[in-house]
Write a protein that binds this ligand. Structure first.
Ligand code: UDP
Length: 242
C-alpha cells in the first residue's frame, strides 16, 4: 500500500474545519492507501492530536496572506519528516470529501496533479488571472493551451512535490525581496509552475474543488466549505453544509 502524506495548514480560525475534513477523509479519501496527516497549526487542540497517523507541528499564525503564501516554505522546511511518504497531497483546510476517491484517479500516469479552478474552468483563457507584473517570478503569459488551476488541492510523488516546494519558495522569496506579492499569492506561483512543467501534471476537473456557495452543474466530489458561513455558524454550535 502506498503511503500518502496529507499536508494540512490551520492557523488562526482555521482549526474549525479540521473535524469535518478529517472525518470525511477517513470515510472517502484514498481507501486504497495508508494516510498520514501532517498538521501545521497554532491550535492547542490540534497540537494535542498527535498519534501514529497524525503528526502535529507548531506553526505560528501570521496575518493574511502569509499563511497561504508561505505554505511551500513550510513544506520545504519540514521536508525531513516526509521522507517515508510515497506521495504528498496538499488540502486546503476547508475541504470536505463527498465521494470515494482513489489514488489512481488523481494521478493517472503522471507524477503530480492539480485541479482546475472552479471560477475559471468555463472561461476563456483570456480571463485567467495570471500574475501580470513582469517583475514577479510568477509572471505568466496567457496562451490558448493555458489552464488556470486552484491552489487548494494538489499533490505529487514526494520527490516531485518537494522539488516544486523548493522552487516556489525560492521564487516567492525573490519576489518578497523585491517588495512584490503576486496577485493570487501561492496560487499565482503554482500556476506558473504548472505551466512550465505541464507534462508532469494530471489536471483534475473542478468537481474536486466545488465551492459550497456556487452552482456549477457539475458533479460534487470534494466540497470547498464557505469560510464565512462556517466562521459564523460555528458560533451557534451547528454545522450545515449541503
Ligand atoms: N490558512 C490558515 N490560516 C489563515 C489563512 C489561511 O491556516 O489565517 C490556510 C488554510 O489551510 C487555508 C489556506 O491557507 O485553507 C488558504 O487560505 P485562504 O483563505 O487564503 O484561501 P482560499 O480559501 O480563499 O483559497
Amino acid at each position: 500500500m502506498k503511503k500518502v502524506g496529507i499536508l494540512y495548514i490551520a492557523t488562526g480560525e482555521y482549526w474549525k474545519f479540521w473535524n469535518d475534513f478529517f472525518e470525511s477523509s477517513q470515510k472517502h479519501f484514498l481507501q486504497d492507501c495508508e494516510l498520514y496527516y501532517f498538521l501545521f497549526t497554532d491550535n492547542t487542540g490540534l497540537l494535542n492530536l498527535s498519534s501514529e497517523k497524525i503528526y502535529s507541528n507548531y506553526l505560528e499564525h501570521q496575518k493574511w496572506p502569509y499563511p497561504t503564501l508561505l505554505r511551500y516554505h513550510v513544506f520545504y522546511n519540514h521536508r525531513e519528516i516526509f521522507r517515508n511518504m510515497d506521495y504528498l497531497i496538499f488540502c486546503n483546510a476547508n475541504l470536505v470529501f463527498l465521494k470515494n476517491i482513489r489514488l489512481e484517479e488523481l494521478f493517472l500516469d503522471k507524477p503530480m496533479f492539480a485541479t482546475l479552478h472552479p471560477g475559471y474552468f468555463r472561461k476563456s483563457y483570456r480571463f485567467f488571472p495570471y500574475e501580470k507584473n513582469v517583475k514577479s517570478t510568477a509572471y505568466l503569459k496567457r496562451t490558448a493551451n493555458s489552464v488556470y488551476v486552484c491552489g487548494g488541492f494538489n499533490g505529487g510523488l514526494t520527490e516531485y512535490f518537494l522539488k516544486m516546494s523548493e522552487i516556489l519558495k525560492i521564487n516567492i522569496d525573490q519576489d518578497l525581496k523585491n517588495g512584490i506579492i503576486a496577485k493570487w499569492h501561492d496560487e499565482s506561483h503554482f500556476n506558473k509552475y504548472v505551466a512550465l512543467n505541464r507534462c508532469d501534471f494530471n489536471i483534475l476537473f473542478s468537481s474536486y474543488c466545488y465551492p459550497e456557495n456556487m452552482r456549477l452543474n457539475i458533479e460534487k466530489i470534494i466540497l470547498v466549505r464557505d469560510k464565512d458561513k462556517v466562521f459564523k455558524i460555528i458560533h451557534k454550535g451547528k454545522w450545515y453544509y449541503f
